[in-house]
Write a protein that binds this ligand. Structure first.
Ligand code: FNR
Length: 452
């Protein structure tokens, strides 16, 4: 870990330790990946204008987000499939106290490939391979343990708690809201949902979050259909059936979780033992059903409906324009997360850092908070986003890299790395508190280039 000095190092190491199908799924993008790449590149188009000779000996970056105190404005975006980065060995292994050692480097990758990632393999084999990459948590969850205890989400939630920041739990998480809250008591957790066709299903999600003490609902609204990934199609087209089945749940893991227990056309309590065993046995109908629940005809009326059924603050995720921001305000949202879904939905939309100022301007005076995610990889990126009006930034893939390398500790290291870089940027730019970061301190490069 000591040689990992930036997020790119984490990504490179994660590529070595993760089985190729998992890594490829994480770096997947829509079409040509223009937006995914641009989200990172665009930050470089903004230049910093430091103020010198300021006392920066004490720097303070705690703030509030939707009224919750956080120790720094860097939070965790929802990513389905965290379990694939950090999978616990099965319960029996835990009982016998046989800790699978996480292998590092190319030897781990070689083993994974040797054991069938590139060929045909069984679920048991998959478990054996993946269990090498995980830690074992002795978390006792209320809804019990599936044979394969999967910890990625819980590792993230615990990190969010230990660092006093916010984590958005994906609908695709494998644990229920209640389990996550039990495993990471007092963590600041928000729950990401979709507006499902079946409103009862949506209501079920929201109630679950409320009961578990989550403090906001995040509605992803850039997904009227699931985006198309050419690289994913290429990988799966000629894959043997077994492999296809294993890869598909990675992509379509949306709701293949115990948040929503659906069987024979009905919802069940996640604590129902029969339903638990159906899920443990890999009931793929669940994820298929949830995909069908994505509504292509959804409108802002859906957000107004949601406003009417919950008192939790509502954050909409996936807004990129001023017009949509105004509609969001009118629909009664509390915050907007400017996001391009990590470049996985509509390719060709602007980089989120470029879209941010327009959104900030549109909601000015409404009291609606604005955050952003997409391509945030270093402290200067955080500084630029805050200067351009974001109250906080969220990290997607970097968290997965941390998880892959060292579970909970890895996520912590990733967040601390970006936080420390941000602190350094503040010092070098002459800021000792967040309020010192002004819009005038970040300008588009064209301002300099046009003078050349
Ligand atoms: C995502 N993202 C996502 N968004 C969401 O609203 N619900 C989800 O379940 C997921 N799942 C998901 C899985 C994976 C593997 C990735 C990479 C991304 C998008 C995510 O929340 C976020 O918007 C982007 O990842 C942010 O960009 P960076 O930080 O990855 O560049």
């Amino acid at each position: 870990m000591s040689t990992l000095v930036c997020i790119q190092d984490y990504e490179d190491r994660a590529k070595e330790v993760l089985p190729a199908p998992v890594f490829n799924h994480y770096v997947d993008h829509a079409d040509e990946g223009q937006t995914m790449d641009d989200c990172k590149e665009a930050f470089k188009r903004y230049r910093l204008r430091p103020r010198v000779l300021r006392d920066v000996s004490n720097r303070q970056f705690s703030t509030t987000i939707l009224g919750h105190p956080v120790s720094f404005p860097i939070c965790i975006s929802p990513t389905a499939g965290q379990q694939n980065a950090d999978i616990e060995g099965d319960k029996a292994t835990a009982r016998d106290n046989v800790m699978p050692k996480r292998k590092q480097g190319s030897s781990a990758k070689k083993d994974a490939n040797k054991e069938g990632w590139s060929g045909s393999f069984s679920h048991r084999r998959l478990r054996r391979i993946l269990s090498r990459f995980g830690h074992i948590y002795q978390t006792c969850t209320k809804s019990g343990c599936t044979p394969l205890m999967i910890s990625g989400t819980i590792a993230c939630a615990k990190t969010a708690k230990s660092l006093d920041t916010i984590m958005i739990v994906s609908t695709g998480a494998i644990f229920t809201c209640e389990d996550i809250a039990l495993a990471a008591p007092n963590a600041m957790l928000w729950f990401q949902i979709h507006l499902f066709k079946d409103r009862q299903m949506t209501r079920f999600c929201v109630r679950q979050a409320e009961r578990a003490g989550f403090t906001a609902v995040v509605v992803t609204i850039d997904t009227p259909v699931i985006g198309s990934s050419r690289s994913m199609k290429r990988r799966t087209r000629n894959a043997p059936r077994e492999q296809y089945r294993l890869i598909m749940p990675l992509k379509h893991s949306l709701c293949a979780s115990r948040h929503l227990i659906f069987q024979n056309g009905k919802f069940y309590d996640p604590n129902n033992p029969e339903v638990r065993s159906a899920i443990a046995n890999g009931d793929v109908a669940l994820s298929r059903y949830s995909i069908e629940q994505i509504v292509t005809a959804e409108t802002w009326e859906g957000i107004k409906w949601l406003r009417g059924i919950t008192k939790l603050p509502i954050v909409v995720k996936g807004v990129l324009t001023g017009d949509s921001s105004i509609e969001a305000v009118q629909a009664g949202v509390d915050a907007i997360l400017v996001s391009a879904h990590g470049g996985r939905q509509l390719d060709g939309v602007p980089a989120t850092i470029d879209a941010l100022p327009e959104v900030v301007k549109a909601v000015k005076g409404s009291g609606v908070e604005v955050y952003m995610d997409g391509g945030v990889r270093q402290g200067t990126d955080v500084f630029k986003a805050l200067a351009l009006g974001a109250r906080a930034v969220f990290l997607g893939r970097p968290v997965l890299w941390g998880l892959a390398i060292d579970g909970e500790n890895g996520v912590k290291k990733v967040l601390e790395l970006v936080r420390d870089e941000f602190s350094l940027t503040m010092a070098l730019a002459g800021c000792s508190k967040l309020d010192d970061i002004k819009a005038s301190m970040v300008v588009h490069e064209s301002q300099y280039l046009s003078k050349l």
